[in-house]
Design a protein around this ligand. Structure first.
Ligand SMILES: *Cc1c(COP(=O)(O)O)cnc(C)c1O
Ligand SMILES: [Zn+2]
Length: 408
């Protein structure tokens, strides 16, 4: 079936309901909006509702009515990798990696870009824009190009070289901004009201966020609807975390899964406003942040989305944690060597946080733990290994092979 079962936009604060238009917040209380679906149909028809492959397999639980608007570059359908060797190293019974590096632009952002650009088409926009630390920019630019829309991309001056190259290749309108994400986002969010472009930012757009919900649906299907006990999700502004939690909740309400996994919010220590508020039991205090290797997590002021993450953590009895840059880089190397998964620092922050929570005995290692690894390593900028070449003859080559592998 390809019919969308989306029904309303609902305010997460006052419950106010709106028809499915392009609306970014509640008219009454300015609260954030979330999409609601025909739960009866979900309950009655079950997962047999889904057909096809990739992200649009989940079209019934996404808010795009007309199949002609469902832009795709082949996103979604990423692997859930059982990682016994890494599990043994970390001392957990079972470790699953939801690896989103194979997406078309190498990150989880393609899930939200697909539904954002589809919504831009649905609501008749000709141009899109986003403020990005690098990943959202390449992804929104790529999907806009694919849909024939213009994209005005604001990119972080310290974004890695591969991310900048990627953005420059996919949009004619790339603007580098000074400072960090937080320095521009409030100004840019105010401009959104003028409707000169479709909002592809992470602050408010429910249609954009919804694409990331497919992470939960994929994890559920890949585990035959017996989802893992724990899911660790990255948090910058909170889209990925919120959407994943929403997906699991929806499936529980529809009776497809017995319970929502324990959700863990993972941040970089250098941008840990939400993890801190969770730990201290306080409201979120925006942080002035500098550089973190987890570039995609570099937001010091997550705004209303951050409050939503905190609320979900309380409602679902979840956990939050953070990890230092050195720990993130260490686990990046470990994952590549032990499981062959080359992921970026932003992508493995979740794994570094998991390692910390295990060390602090905040998580039970006897559980099945799923970690979302949200970024390919191919967008990483790091020091190169030596390029010093060696010239060989038969003997020296044979000696080297014996030296390296003789005892293997
Ligand atoms: C943007 C991003 C995230 C998380 O951002 P949210 O706004 O919290 O969803 C995680 N991983 C990668 C690779 C990203 O680019
Ligand atoms: Zn409201």
């Amino acid at each position: 079936m390809t019919e969308s079962l989306a029904r309303h936009l609902a305010c997460i604060d006052c419950g106010g309901r709106y028809p499915l238009g392009y609306r970014l917040e509640c008219e009454r209380c300015r609260g954030l909006l979330e999409l609601t679906y025909d739960l009866e149909r979900l309950r009655k028809e079950g997962p047999a509702l889904f057909s096809g492959t990739g992200l649009w397999r989940y079209a019934p639980v996404l808010p795009i009515a007309d199949p002609a608007h469902r832009v795709t570059l082949g996103e979604g359908g990423t692997p859930l990798l059982d990682c016994p060797r890494l599990a043994a190293q970390l001392g957990v019974r079972r470790l699953l990696l939801k690896f989103d590096g194979p997406n078309p632009t190498g990150t989880v952002k393609d899930r939200s870009s697909a539904t954002a650009i589809a919504a831009a088409l649905q609501f008749g926009y000709r141009a899109t824009s986003v403020v990005s630390s690098g990943n959202a920019g390449s992804s929104i630019a790529a999907y806009s190009a694919r849909a024939g829309l213009r994209s005005l991309i604001f990119a972080y001056e310290r974004a890695s070289a591969p991310k900048l190259l990627h953005m420059a290749a996919t949009t004619a309108d790339l603007v580098i901004y000074q400072g960090v994400y937080d320095d521009l986002i409030t100004l840019w969010d105010r401009l959104v009201e003028e409707r000169l472009f479709f909002d592809c930012g992470a602050s408010r757009n429910a249609y954009k966020q919804e694409g990331k919900k497919t992470l939960a649906y994929e994890i559920a299907e890949q585990t035959a609807f017996t989802p893992p006990d724990v899911v660790v999700a990255p948090v910058a502004v909170g889209e990925t975390f919120i959407a994943t939690a929403r997906g699991f909740r929806e499936m529980r309400e529809a009776g497809w899964i017995p319970r929502v996994p324990l959700m863990v919010a993972a941040q970089a220590t250098r941008a840990n406003a939400i993890a801190r508020a969770f730990r201290d039991g306080t409201p979120i205090r925006p942080l002035k942040i500098g550089y973190t290797v987890a570039e995609g997590l570099a937001a010091g002021n997550p705004g209303k989305k951050g409050e939503w993450v905190l609320r979900l953590l309380h409602d679902l009895k979840g956990l939050a944690g953070d990890a230092e840059d050195e720990e993130i880089l260490d686990v990046q190397r470990l994952l590549a060597r032990v499981e062959g998964v080359w992921a970026g620092p932003t992508g493995v922050a979740t794994l570094a946080v998991l390692r910390r929570l295990l060390a602090g005995k905040q998580l039970d290692p006897a559980q099945t733990i799923c970690v979302i690894v949200s970024e390919t390593g191919l967008k990483t900028e790091a020091e190169l290994p030596s390029r010093q070449g060696t010239a060989f003859d038969h003997d020296s080559l044979r000696r080297l092979v014996l030296e390296r592998l003789g005892s293997a």
